[in-house]
Design a protein around this ligand. Sequence first.
Ligand SMILES: [Zn+2]
Length: 362
Amino acid sequence: MSIALNLGAGAPSEAESRNRSIKALVLDGERHLSFLDIDEPGPPAADEVQVVVKAVALNHIDVWGWRGMAFARRTLPIVVGAEAAGVVVACGSDVVGITAGDVVSLYGARTCGNCKACLAGRDNFCERMDNIYGFHIDGFLRERLNIPSRLAVKAPSGMDATCAALAPITFGTVEHMLFDNARLQAGETIVVHAGGSGIGSAAIQLAKAAGATVITTVGNDEKAQKALTLGADHAINYSTERFEGRVRKLTDRKGVDVVFEHVGPQTWQGSLLSMARGGRLVTCGSTTGIAAQTNLNLIYQMQLRIIGSFGCRIENMRTSLDKLSRGDARPVIDAKIGVERFSEALARLESRNVFGKIVVTL
Ligand SMILES: [Zn+2]
């Protein structure tokens, strides 16, 4: 795993492109990655752009894929990488609004663009949501690819690819959870679980920028300090303290308006006990397992709402890029690594020994 990706600056000449192959990082078995030579893409189709990939951010969906989740529904090897940004090097004849040289964020699923959901701008409800890059279909960890231009969102001028790479999942997912789904308002109080995770660190910042009071949970005191630096009003070390008890005290026993869940069984019951009457719990993941007990009395007596959230709308990426550009939030980078360290980084993400995002730069 020591082959460096050799990335040219522009599109190759016709002579160069004949028989040229490019490097890709592929998953070819459970917890096993290899470099593979794949065919370089031809010129983009009329509605496509060709993108040289510059940054790929790691997410738990990469860990799920690497552990073998849904292998039965996938054909291996599959190119990994679910969240990315790059530089446009060529545009098809019908593409408007994007030109060569632009930094673009790449939406994480090849949605159809034609179904009722896609036409309404709700791509994460597309009938073809079995087309997630790097999970169901070849992902972004390759030198270059062609992608429908509707899935490439232009970054504000001056933004680098590492920052732009965090719009599709890290910030987009959180934007969708907090504002489309949980309808978080200024003046409300929210619990953000795992404030040291990629989405947790994004949620602290976006909730704070929206005028909410933010209580976050973290696994150790060092992460608590960092979470406070990001803007959290309170940070609770859940390994030494029952967070729901502390949340009750911090809210005069009333509970919080919104809980941002993605941890699962380890926090689920405490999350429900942390909520105010009419509170909204929004969840996008379950990193500690999939089965948890739910006190049903609590759901109806407290009139709680539990909302599942997956991915985001393309518009959430645009909003995220704008917020990052104007400084409402900033990327929290745990490490920038070379592609040869991808496996090691997945193991670290699995162990949750991170603060913020691990990003592969190319
Ligand atoms: Zn669709």
